[in-house]
Design a protein around this ligand. Structure first.
Ligand SMILES: Cc1cc2nc3c(=O)[nH]c(=O)nc-3n(C[C@H](O)[C@H](O)[C@H](O)COP(=O)(O)O)c2cc1C
Length: 269
């Protein structure tokens, strides 16, 4: 352990040294070895550190994510519980050209005004306290990105980034078996496994944002991710190595307190 701590300290220093690489001057490009160290650093995280440290990542390093690392993350995620252990989920892990086609098709159709065709039912626009919380996190993100209220161009660009799944090198489309479509348990189980997925990814040095903007046009996703009709498209997760210089990645969203969320019944006090 001792030696890892020393090596880690060395690479921490290295990571903050500006270098030039193919991505342009001043870009922080991690070498393979540094990347491994980053993983090792995250491996040392305990459960609380993963849960408290994880946040949505919306700016990514361009470097690809090795298939073996994604497999490792999925191995952890699929330990999630599910109703009667039915495990109705499936994952379509997309990168490269097919992902670029999804980004392009999703963006084009949204800009052309094609109505969203997400498959899970929608509750409609948020109102009341839910709307307030939606606005609050939006303000945090746009504030970090220095996009002001009247900056129409900046706001449009932010939305377009969402349509492109924030240019992440990988997208994992989470689906469930159509045989159980119509009930609420399939989506519930997908939520469980998706939460496990983003935490497992964080523990391996990867960042994610669960992303409904990226799959607003389901037929495009179905076509390019080769998702058969017996699967319902639930959500996607944009994934990659976090770009530590991307301002929105530093945003820590608020939570209502346990006192607001929990009702304790039958306790002495
Ligand atoms: C079902 C679901 C859909 C989401 N869709 C988007 C999205 O389309 N765009 C986006 O930027 N973030 C999206 N998010 C991320 C949430 O905004 C984020 O999880 C929330 O603000 C809490 O922030 P945190 O993940 O940093 O803790 C989504 C999250 C969930 C669970």
């Amino acid at each position: 352990m001792q030696i890892w701590v020393k090596i880690d300290a060395f690479f921490r220093k290295m990571r903050h040294k500006p270098r030039t690489c193919a991505a342009g001057a001043g870009h922080h490009c991690l070498t393979k070895l540094e990347r491994m160290m980053k993983v090792t650093e995250h491996l040392a995280l305990n459960f609380d550190e993963v849960i408290l440290g994880r946040r949505s990542i919306r700016g990514f390093e361009p470097s690809p994510v090795p298939k073996s690392v994604i497999r490792d993350v999925l191995e952890l995620a699929i330990r999630a519980p599910s109703s009667y252990n039915t495990q109705p989920w499936n994952f379509y892990v997309v990168t490269g050209e097919p992902l670029d086609r999804i980004r392009a098709g999703n963006t084009e159709r949204n800009l052309a005004g094609v109505p969203p065709s997400r498959e899970p039912r929608s509750h409609g626009e948020y109102a009341g306290i839910h709307r307030q919380r939606q606005i609050e996190v939006g303000k945090q993100l746009l504030g970090a990105m220095k996009i002001s209220r009247d900056d129409a161009e900046g706001r449009r660009d932010w939305v377009l980034r969402g349509f492109r799944q924030f240019d992440a090198p990988v997208s994992i489309v989470v689906t469930y078996d159509r045989a159980i479509h119509g009930g609420d348990i399939g989506p519930f189980d997908c939520g469980g496994v998706t939460n496990a997925l983003v935490n497992a990814a964080w523990s391996r040095g990867l960042g994610c944002v669960i992303n409904s903007q990226g799959i607003m046009q389901s037929p495009v996703v179905r076509e390019h991710a080769k998702i058969p009709d017996d699967q319902v498209i639930m959500i996607c997760v944009a994934m990659g190595y976090p770009d530590d210089s991307f301002p929105a990645n530093a945003v820590i969203s608020n939570r209502k307190s346990v006192d607001e969320a929990a009702v304790f019944v039958g306790f002495d006090e």
